[in-house]
Design a protein around this ligand. Structure first.
Ligand code: XMP
Length: 317
């Protein structure tokens, strides 16, 4: 039986012992896992924890600034680095999902490497890896190769020469949230849906452009704000919108349109390894579909994804 307080006490003591007076660098993502990992380490080693929050240009709308403000408010020693353009450059013309992950993983490592070299004598890298990340990365590598290479697990280049510390490695998502609550982290932050490291890039099928990112950010915001205002957000494990590489014919006033199709996805799950699509109320879907088409220029059709995992996956790429 998992008790958050006991876990915190134990892991903080373990981290103190392991890390001593060394310096640790940690990449914050805005998600629950890296935030809880940061707060735990902050508790263990205080100012020797250096956090870096990179804007890859693929986050949800306005999230870079609002999350950075929140981290600063929590007393974390955090540096925000806007590297959006670097990621867009790395992604230019890339269509294959695994190549997107690779391009983003590499760009992230480059940015992170530059930033961590600015911290004198840092010797540890902390990561918010949780148990299901470890499992998916290892066990899906069958004879037929990786299903999805979650880019935030392992895979660091040797030249970084940092030792790895992963305080949440043995925990499931709900346990991470309970640990976060016992640490006094804002419930709204703890209740945030999981969001993939490669961000919106794997929800834009086909190549990535700034214009597409902005369209998807706007669609996603209408959907997520809608879930919150209808009291549905906390009933869903993960939700998001997907921009399809398809135009369809529509009609606006007297005009024929030929614009983008977006898919909405909302799933129930306990650990992301299996998932069921959520039976969102028709009234909600109707309202959100109208809002998206009316508010977001360039989109004239909304569809809802009714596939479960397996055989589908949560993300489309
Ligand atoms: P799938 O699509 O494999 O997703 O059913 C399961 C969970 O993992 C997230 N996901 C990722 N997270 N890097 C990440 O950090 C990735 O490349 C990645 N791909 C999928 C997905 O959002 C879901 O929560």
């Amino acid at each position: 039986n998992f008790t958050p307080n006991a876990f915190v006490e134990e892991i903080v003591a373990e981290m103190k012992e392991k890390i001593g007076d060394d310096k640790v660098v940690l990449g914050l993502s805005g998600g629950v896992d890296s935030t809880v990992a940061a707060v735990l380490l902050h508790k263990a080693i205080g100012k020797n924890l250096y956090c870096i929050f990179v804007n890859n240009g693929l986050l949800r709308k306005n999230e870079f600034q609002s999350v950075l403000d929140q981290y600063e408010g929590m007393g974390l020693n955090v540096k925000g680095v806007d590297a959006s353009q670097r990621f867009y450059d790395a992604l230019a013309g890339v269509v294959d999902p695994e190549l997107k992950r690779k391009a983003i993983g590499n760009a992230f490592i480059e940015v992170f490497d530059v930033e961590s070299h600015l911290i004198e004598d840092v010797t540890w890298l902390a990561q918010g890896t949780i148990y299901p990340d470890v499992i998916e990365s290892v066990s899906v590598k069958g004879p037929s190769a990786t299903i999805k290479s979650h880019h935030n697990v392992g895979g660091l280049p040797d030249y970084m020469k940092l030792k790895i510390v992963e305080p949440l490695r043995m925990l499931f998502k709900d346990e991470v949230r309970r640990v976060g609550a016992s640490l006094g982290i804002d419930p709204e932050l703890l209740g945030r849906h999981p969001f993939p490291g490669p961000g919106l890039s794997i929800r834009i099928l086909g190549d990535i452009t700034l214009e597409k990112v902005q369209i998807l950010q706007d669609v996603d915001k209408v959907f997520i704000d809608g879930l919150k205002s209808w009291g549905l957000y906390d009933k869903v494990w993960q939700a998001g919108a997907i921009l399809l590489p398809v135009n369809s014919v529509g009609v606006m006033g007297d005009e024929r349109t030929y614009e983008k199709v977006v898919a909405l996805r909302a799933v129930e799950s306990t650990d992301g390894m299996t998932a069921d699509w959520v039976h969102l109320p028709y009234e909600f879907l109707m309202k959100v579909s109208n809002d998206i088409i009316n508010k977001v220029k360039g989109v004239n059709r909304v569809v809802y994804d009714i596939s479960s995992k397996p055989p589908a996956t949560i993300e489309w790429e």
